[in-house]
Structures are given as C-alpha cells and as structure tokens.
Design a protein around this ligand. Structure first.
Ligand code: NAP
Length: 522
C-alpha cells in the first residue's frame, strides 16, 4: 500500500485524510507516497508545542538535551539502509549523493550533541563578562541568553530532506526549543521517516518534535511573536513569507536561506599544468555535479583568467563527458536525477535563459541516459562560457538549480572580485591558487558578499573540506540574494533560539544567575 505521510501534532499522529499530493520516483514516475492537504488545528498544535514541548525541553539542562541528540543519532544510524532506499527512490540520487544528505544530517546532529555536552548542567548562556554600571561596582550589567518561549517553525527545501531538518533541529532542540518541520512536499518522505523513527524511539518529549506534510497553509498564521521561523527555499517564496503579518508586523524572528550565485575563482598564478589548476578543474566538476547540481552551495559561476578560459573549458569538458547520467540504480551511473520533472523543466528554462548570453562549452543534455528515458528528470551537465562578464546580466542573477555552471573570464584580481559581487550576496566563494598573498587579498574582499570563503592551495588538496560542503562549525548563509540568513557556526547557531537580555542588577543577583549559566564561547 502507498505510504500516507500523516502529520504528527499535539504529540500524536493525526488521522489519515483524502490524499492530495503524490510523491514520485523522478526516474520511473512510480508513485511512492501521498500526503493530505491543509492541516487542521494548527493554532492548538503550535500552542501544545509551545507549552508542553518547551516545558519538557527546558526542564532539562544543555547536557541532558545534548544526550537526547546523541540518542537520536544512534536511532537513525541503525536505520541508514531505509533512508538510503528512500533517497534513491524519491530524490533519484546515487549512493554517494544520498550520503551528502543523510550522513551530513547525522554528522551535524552528532557534532551538536558533542558541543552541547560541554555546556554541562547550565540552563542559560552568559555572553561576555559583566560590566560595571556604578562607581562602587555593585550595580552591573550581564548579557544573558535564555531559550526563547516559542516554537521553531522550519519550512524546508526539497534538496536536503534529511540534513535540512537536522542541521536546524540540532541547534533548536539543544537550546530547548520545540520544532515543527514542514518539509518540501516532493521529498517529504525521508524527513517524515526520520521524524517517525525518533518519535517512535521515545527519546524526545511530547510536543518537542512535530511534522506537517503536504501543505504550508495556515503555518505562518499560527506563529506568535516569540516563535521563530527558519525558511530554506526559493527567493520568491521567501519574499511572500517576509510580507506575512507574523513577520512584517509581529516581528517573528526569521532566518532565510534562498537563492545563491556562488562563485569559484581560479587564481591568476594557476596556469595550466600547475597543481592549483588541476585542483580547480577537479573540484569544479565535482561541485557542479554532486546531487545533480541541486545543492544551494553549488558553483554557478566559475571565474578564471581570460587567458586560460579555453584550457579550463577543455579540461572540465573532458571530465564532464566521463560522467554517466541516468538511473541511480545502475552501477555505472555517476550522476542521478533531478528531483522531479517540474525541476527538470525549471532547470531547462533557466539554461535556455543563460544560453542567450553565453556559449555552450559542454552540452551533456544531448548525451544518452543510462537506464532512464526522456520522461525521467535526468539532466546531463552543461558548462557555459561568458566572454564579456560585464555585459552579461542573467548569469549574475539567475540560479539554475541543476548541473549548470558558467565559465566567466576575468581581466585581473579586481575584476574577478567585482564579478563575484555582482551575485549580490552568495553562500560561498572558493579560491584556488598557490599564491598565499593573492588568496588572502581575494578572501578578504570576497568575505563582504559571501557567508563562507573556501580557500584551497595545493598544500591542502587532500585535507580541505570542499567548496560545497557545509561544515557545522562554520556558518552557513549569505547576505542579499542568498537570503541574509545565518545558520550553524558551532555554538553561534544557538543565538537564533535564545533571547539576549541585558540583566542590570546588583552583583549578588548576577552571581545567582551565574550559577545557572555557562559562558558562551565560540
Ligand atoms: P520553494 O518552492 O520556495 O519551497 C520551499 C518550501 O516552502 C517548501 O517546503 C514549500 O512547500 C514551502 N512553501 C511554498 N510556498 C509557500 C508559502 N506560500 N508559504 C509557506 N511555505 C511555502 O523552494 P524549493 O523549490 O523547495 O527549493 C529550491 C530553492 O531553494 C532553490 O532556489 C535553492 O536556491 C533554494 N535553497 C537554498 C538553500 C540555502 O541554504 N540557501 C538550501 C537549499 C535550497 P511545498 O513543497 O509544499 O510547496
């Protein structure tokens, strides 16, 4: 029987209703699961989480909640095979690409379990030292961070059904804040299964973890001022959410991760035949094809000195041609499918838009698919070439969410930085060179418009963590077009789920507060 993805609210599974949405295999079109439509009773369910979930979570210490996260990791580690099977069928990803999502989720949750255990038995976080407000030092001010009194609503994108939940929930639950997740419908099955496994294991208190599948209707209406909203998805949906009264009027704290025109830059010193050049090409091809380019961090613009454009194109095309695209069940498939036929159409439309101002350096869209037909959502990679970066417009503002990247020639370092900034804010920029001064200068300049700058020299060829990989100890988010949000970054992530208050008080009161608190150190 086709699984029905029931909502879990008020600490119980909700009744099955008429199926409204269907989740399909993007390669075979087989129906995999169904969801209902708009959820009933959301205001009551949010109130239940806010009161029951928060009360139970906040009765625990950080160390206690960290242990709860560690338990959740154990529970899910034991179910890995199920998760990989769901990802293969529903996301159309190869095992390696599914691992980015599934292992990334477990790693991030485990990372926060470890960080949290070091916070010990505290219940609040002290930020910095107290500062005196009086000549006799008796009256002082201490910035104290206390868990918020609301729920954390996560509205997530389709591309990371596992990591997208846990990279946010790790920090929220560690902070003592109940989570309500609304996964993107098209891939909601994996999120649903993981939530169900954690609930069934009985390791989170009632109201601490809830899920709504199939419809976002009414979710924002159920928010009250002390709640927080974390959204990952398109800039278009983000703009709608920003205008909702809960955010526009009631100032619900909101974090947004949206589109991103990430860049990867080849240094001026890295001529063909140098290790830095080879590293650049290897990583460019890998990063533009992992998860079929459906990573928010995938490089969309590859900036190289004009003089070596042809050499980069030739080397990258050779590697792209070697990647077989098709059914991820086939042993020779190196790159699986896009997530749905809708995404395929959207990526094709975006590719056509970019082609109007770029030439095609490598066209993988015409190559035969492995064990998949032209009704599948499989799409071969495309490398485009832009000679006149300054005249181009769409390449700097249209994100094709698929295996598509534009190679862009730059004149000098200043020009490269200028082109990078034209993305109006991105998640990540990477730099490949053997010249430390060039890299340091570029890193500083790129940091103004990128949440993360990933610098690679041949010395770290084997140890660097990858342009596209989001490491939980480093922040994830970007200014401007990327949404202006910030997640992860170790304990920095906890700030979103805490309220900072300046406690101005006699020193003996601050001493008492200090006994329940631990210093927040990054
Ligand atoms: P999307 O269409 O904006 O959907 C994102 C989420 O919002 C889904 O859960 C969707 O639910 C929900 N949603 C849609 N309309 C809504 C509304 N009016 N009110 C409340 N929720 C609503 O984005 P997507 O297609 O899933 O994701 C692709 C985009 O995400 C890409 O543009 C990519 O750049 C971006 N992305 C960014 C990051 C990042 O970290 N910066 C990460 C991943 C993806 P339904 O599925 O039920 O419609």
């Amino acid at each position: 029987m086709t699984p029905y993805l029931n909502n879990y609210l008020n600490g119980e599974w909700q009744a099955t209703s008429t199926p409204v949405h269907t989740l399909s295999d993007p390669v075979t079109s087989e129906t995999l699961a169904v969801t209902g439509g708009a959820a009933a009773g959301l205001p009551e369910a949010f109130a239940f989480a806010r009161h029951e979930g928060a009360r139970a979570l906040q009765a625990m210490t950080y160390a206690h909640r960290a242990a709860m996260l560690a338990e959740a990791v154990k529970v899910m580690q034991a179910k890995r095979d199920v998760y990989y099977a769901i990802a293969l069928a529903n996301s159309g990803t190869t095992k390696n690409d599914s691992a980015v999502d599934i292992e990334g989720a477990l790693f991030t949750l485990g990372y926060y379990a470890k960080l949290g255990s070091a916070l010990g038995e505290a219940r609040t976080l002290a930020e910095g030292a107290a500062g005196s407000l009086s000549k006799d030092q008796m009256f002082q001010s201490q910035h104290l961070m206390v868990p918020i009194r609301g729920v954390a609503l996560f509205i997530n994108a389709f591309n990371f059904p596992a990591w997208g939940l846990w990279e946010k929930a790790a920090a929220a639950l560690l902070s003592g804040v109940p989570v309500i997740v609304k996964p993107a419908t098209v891939t909601a099955w994996l999120t649903h299964r993981m939530v169900a496994d954690v609930i069934e294991a009985g390791i989170v208190p009632a109201g601490a973890l809830s899920i709504v599948c199939g419809s976002s209707a009414g979710l924002l209406d159920a928010l009250t001022p002390f709640d927080v909203l974390s959204f990952t998805g398109s800039a278009e949906t983000a703009a709608k959410l920003r205008n909702h009264p809960a955010i526009a009027r009631d100032s619900v704290r909101t974090n947004i991760e949206a589109d991103s025109l990430n860049v990867t830059v080849l240094g001026e010193d890295a001529m063909p035949g140098t290790p830095a050049f080879d590293l650049y090409v290897d990583n460019l091809v890998r990063d533009m094809t992992i998860k079929s380019g459906q990573r928010c961090t995938a490089p969309r613009r590859a900036l190289v000195p004009k003089a070596v454009m042809h050499a980069v194109a030739e080397a990258a095309a050779g590697k792209l041609a070697a990647i077989r695209v098709g059914n991820p069940r086939h042993a020779d498939t190196g790159m699986g499918s896009l997530v749905s036929r809708e995404q395929f159409d959207s990526a094709c439309a975006g590719l056509a838009l970019l082609k109007a101002e770029a030439s095609v350096l490598f066209d993988g869209t015409a190559q035969p698919l492995l064990d998949a037909d032209d009704q599948s959502a499989c799409m071969g990679p495309s490398l485009l070439g832009v000679r006149d970066a300054d005249a181009a417009v769409e390449v700097h503002r249209h994100e094709v969410f698929g295996p598509v990247c534009s190679l862009i020639g730059y004149k000098d370092a200043a020009h490269a930085i200028d082109i990078a900034h034209r993305g109006w804010g991105s998640l990540v920029a990477s730099i490949y060179s053997a010249d430390a001064h060039w890299m340091a200068h570029a890193a500083e300049a790129l940091a103004t418009s990128h949440g993360r700058v990933h610098v690679v020299s041949p010395d770290v060829a084997k140890t660097h963590t990858g342009h596209g990989n989001v490491m939980p100890g480093s922040i994830h988010g970007g200014p401007g077009r990327a949404g202006g949000g910030e997640e992860l970054g170790g304990l920095r992530a906890l700030a979103f789920y805490h309220r900072r208050s300046a406690i101005q008080a006699p020193v003996n009161v601050l001493e008492l507060l200090g006994q329940r608190s631990t210093e927040l150190k990054f």
